[in-house]
Design a binder for this molecule. Sequence first.
Ligand code: MRU
Length: 314
Amino acid sequence: MRTIDWVDDAIVLVDQTRLPGELTYLRITTVADLIDAIQRLAVRGAPALGVAGAMGVALAARTGEPIAPLRAARPTAVNLAWGVDQAAANADPLARALEIRDEDLSACLAMGARGADLLAEHAATRVMTVCNTGGLATVERGTALGVIQTMHERGVLAEALALETRPLLQGARLTAWELARMGAPHRLIVDSAGPFLLARGAADAVLIGADRIAANGDTANKIGSYSLALGACRAGVPFLVIAPETTIDLATPTGDAIHIEDRGAAEVVSLGGVKIAPDGTQALNPAFDVTPADLITAIVTDRRVIRLDRGETP
Ligand code: MRU
């Protein structure tokens, strides 16, 4: 199953807002509809957004729509702007978009193997993860969840603990769905249980994806990643970031310069469409946080392992 692809002059993508209830696809033929799908999180996850951005430029070449609003549709994941820029700089945007789609799959396979090798060195068989970093966040397989899939295929995964990931529940809705489909042993936990369960020795390592990695290694990822990094540090377990080279943004010196998307109060004051807070409640809703480089053991990319714990930088 491909999360996003180009079929008969259109982008075809899994509508992630309908999972886990229904596996349905959207057929997108305009940049305006693509921006809407990105902002509703029908398509999401940094690498999938990179492919969507590049394919969106191919759509724009047909419809004549501007690409600047697409490039800015979500600000934190660098891959979206990167994908738009890559396709726009190419005489044949569609050809470049299809290349990015294909490179994504090989990158995920490489990250999966390299990450599983590193975890084997740490004798780690029980892992904790947040949000969704699987095939649904890429074209197929995924980054951090791709490592977990490789561990499962190698027969060394004892258990994956997935954080539910409030407010939009990517962990409960998407990661649990993917783990069940691959037949991998897993349990779901509430977000606030993560650091405590690490303190009690429930996992041997934490694996996360990334939306943007600054030049010093500071890493923006789904809100909740930073608490897990603090918990992992205190518990003395490795904290690994799994991301393709395209998520490294050397133009951003440190995490302080990363624009964190705030998605507004509505997602916080309601859950699954049901209001859970009194009328008029104000809320803060940062969709991402930044884990400082000194809390990260290593960044595993499709090309290398960057040992932040040994002073290396991207
Ligand atoms: O808001 P989302 O669901 O797009 O956030 C996604 C994440 O934070 C992922 O961890 C990140 O994009 C890496 S996906 C391989």
